[in-house]
Design a protein around this ligand. Structure first.
Ligand SMILES: [Zn+2]
Length: 96
């Protein structure tokens, strides 16, 4: 399992950049991460063949590192999402 060497949170550009081993940088927008949230509630919404709604200007306000990924706290109050490293890596580079 790859683990990022560094994570940069850009609060102005609303992007999160993950620096993977091998000098690979992955830039994902905050809104894309919010929509991809893997928590149980968001999964249920997707299972109902709907999509998770997020404002374009939704922002990441905090990140908590865990051994297997990160918990991301969003400005809309959503904080249940724990994003495992392989999940983040598989997202690829996602713009807003
Ligand atoms: Zn969620």
């Amino acid at each position: 399992m790859n683990v990022p060497e560094r994570i940069d949170l850009d609060s102005r550009a609303h992007t999160l950049t993950l620096h993977w081993p091998g000098a690979r940088a992955q830039c994902v927008s905050h809104a894309a991460l919010r929509r991809a949230c893997p928590c149980a509630a968001c999964r249920r919404i997707r299972l109902a063949a709907s999509s998770v709604q997020a404002a374009e200007d939704v922002a990441i306000v905090d990140i908590y590192s865990m051994a297997y990924g990160v918990q991301i706290i969003f400005s809309d109050g959503h904080a249940q999402g724990i994003f495992p490293w392989p999940f983040l890596e598989a997202l690829g580079a996602v713009a807003a």
